[in-house]
Write a protein that binds this ligand. Structure first.
Ligand SMILES: C[S@@+](CC[C@H](N)C(=O)[O-])C[C@H]1O[C@@H](n2cnc3c(N)ncnc32)[C@H](O)[C@@H]1O
Length: 350
């Protein structure tokens, strides 16, 4: 790269919050949509008319967007979306990441330096007064809740259909869904198989939400779903016996390496010799596209500054090392369909 180009790139970093807030404001104010829907692009005054904003406001946003390659201007002064702008405006992964960044992380990221120094989620105080974000999930206000859950579900929903085929190949009768959250997996798996029972294990506040959700909205499966409130980090807590399958979807990335080992040891304590443990994660080293790898590396910083201060998105090699240390062997590695970001590690006791 030439020095002048590198200097330009360095300015994009120096002003990156300006670019981000421009992209976010243009989406929220409807500017991106109006430009997308206009076949031949729009002038600044046409955008101002269409959005009922003043020309000054539209001009500063549009000029920043053009300088950031989100928009391009033709010889008649009409703005159109570039390919990058198209993805900002229309791609679901980008939308979900952007809303999560704005609503959950943006203010908190200001405290990243302290989070790194102290090993605590120092940014969390910007959105709530909790020790970790997990105590607050069910209480997040309005838009924050939507953005957190859309982000979480975006990275797990598209994997459940394939995951069900992997987990049900051995016809389990009892699944423990550790970190079962709102009950999405419990609902999917009890509908997939008419005999299986699922126990959701999660923090008490999440269990309450999952129970209300399933009791009120899913009467057909409610008798086959059980609940087990637990803080897996509490040294006195135990994971009970009785499961054919222990299922952990996007759960272990909420913990440090030492904590992951201790959770696996808790499972081991009461597991049957032939129980299976499945870990589904979006591993950094198993991504086909650089955009996915970039999203995951950025998500690690969310854990650092907002979630708990000590966890991250892991590489599969690191997870396999911890699994081995805890006394399990990895007997299968399932890469889900090509649009999925996920891998399932299938474990048995050594
Ligand atoms: C990222 S969500 C994963 C949700 C779901 N399994 C999925 O695939 O979308 C992590 C879940 O772990 C739970 N969790 C976090 N810390 C926990 C703890 N110490 N004990 C029990 N559950 C915990 C959270 O409440 C949350 O429901």
């Amino acid at each position: 790269m030439k020095a002048l180009d590198a200097l330009h790139e360095a300015q994009k970093i120096a002003f990156s919050p300006f670019v981000f807030q421009t992209a976010y404001s243009m989406l929220n104010l409807g500017i991106t949509d109006k430009i997308f829907n206009a076949k031949n692009g729009l002038t600044i005054s046409e955008i101002a008319d269409a959005t009922k904003l003043n020309e000054y406001g539209v001009r500063v946003l549009v000029e920043m967007a053009e300088a950031s390659d989100i928009l391009e201007k033709d010889e008649n002064g009409r703005y159109k979306l570039t390919k990058i702008g198209y993805f900002v405006g229309r791609d679901e992964m980008t939308r979900v990441n952007l809303m999560f960044t704005q609503d959950i992380c943006y203010k908190g990221l200001f405290h990243l330096e302290d989070a790194i120094k102290n090993g605590q989620p120092e940014g969390l105080k910007e959105i709530g007064d909790w020790e970790t974000i997990y105590q607050g999930l069910s209480k997040l206000p309005g838009r924050l809740k939507t953005s957190w859950f859309e982000f979480d579900h975006f990275y797990s929903d598209n994997s459940f259909d394939d995951a069900l085929k992997v987990i049900f190949k051995d016809q389990p009768k009892m699944i423990f869904d550790i970190g079962g959250n709102t009950g999405k997996w419990a609902i999917a798996s009890t509908r997939y198989n008419k005999d299986v029972e699922v126990t959701i294990l999660d923090l008490p506040i999440q269990i309450e939400t999952a129970k209300n959700n399933i009791t009120q909205n899913y009467p057909d499966i409610k008798d086959r779903v059980n609940y087990y409130p637990i803080n897996v980090l509490d040294s006195q807590s135990t994971i009970p016996a009785g499961a054919d399958v222990y299922w952990m979807s996007q759960f272990l990335d909420c913990f440090s390496e030492a904590q992951i080992e201790s959770i696996l040891l808790k499972i081991k304590e009461n597991a049957k010799p032939n129980s299976k443990v499945y870990i589904m994660e979006t591993f950094i080293d198993n991504q086909r596209f650089p955009a996915a790898e970039f999203s995951l590396v950025a998500t690690s910083l969310y854990f650092t500054v907002m979630a708990n201060g000590n966890s991250k998105m892991y590489s599969s090699s690191v997870m396999k090392y911890i699994v081995d240390k805890a006394g399990f062997k990895c007997v299968g590695e399932h890469h889900l369909h090509e649009d999925s970001f996920h891998t399932i590690l299938e474990l048995e006791l050594k």
